[in-house]
Design a protein around this ligand. Structure first.
Ligand code: OFO
Length: 166
């Protein structure tokens, strides 16, 4: 059985994963109406789906442990961007915030000696290592490319190669 505090913290994480999904869906939609960003579009549609899966895993775990997984209300995410660089900066910022939140949760689970939740969260710890690595790599690539159009063309063409295989 989950403690009240762990249940609340897990439900906050549910909301964060749902917000991530919305934010990436908005990035996908923005990218889709820009000329030539098919790769980036696909990348963020997939990323949005993944975040939804992260949210579902949490809801089901909370319910399985005798709690109640709460489907959160969401604010509208950023829907337009000045540049591709801004999109990926936001992506990294977001993932860093998610990692902090997961780390907090892990610390809390240990403090409360909730080893089942601690164990459950290890999947998220590994996932965040991957997500941060991915976001950093893509930011580094964009930094190299700058405003060079052919570089952006290649970035968009190859972006899916950087996603870890599911
Ligand atoms: Fe849920 O991993 Fe990204 O945010």
């Amino acid at each position: 059985m989950l403690s009240k505090s762990i249940q609340e913290a897990l439900n906050k994480q549910v909301a964060m994963e749902a917000e991530s999904s919305q934010a990436y869906l908005a990035m996908a939609s923005w990218a889709e109406i820009q000329p030539g960003l098919d790769g980036v579009t696909e990348f963020f549609y997939q990323q949005a789906n993944e975040e939804r899966v992260h949210m579902l895993k949490l809801i089901r775990y909370i319910n399985e442990r005798g709690g109640f997984g709460v489907v959160p209300a969401l604010e509208q995410p950023i829907i337009t961007y000045q540049s591709l660089k801004r999109v990926f900066e936001e992506f990294l910022k977001h993932e860093l915030a998610v990692s902090d939140s997961i780390n907090e949760l892990v610390g809390m689970a240990l403090e409360e000696k909730d080893f089942a939740t601690h164990n459950f969260l290890q999947w998220y710890v590994s996932e965040q290592i991957e997500e941060e690595r991915l976001a950093r790599t893509l930011n580094d690539k964009l930094e190299l490319v700058g405003d060079d159009k052919s570089g952006i063309y290649l970035f968009d063409r190859d972006i899916m190669l950087f996603r870890p295989k599911q």
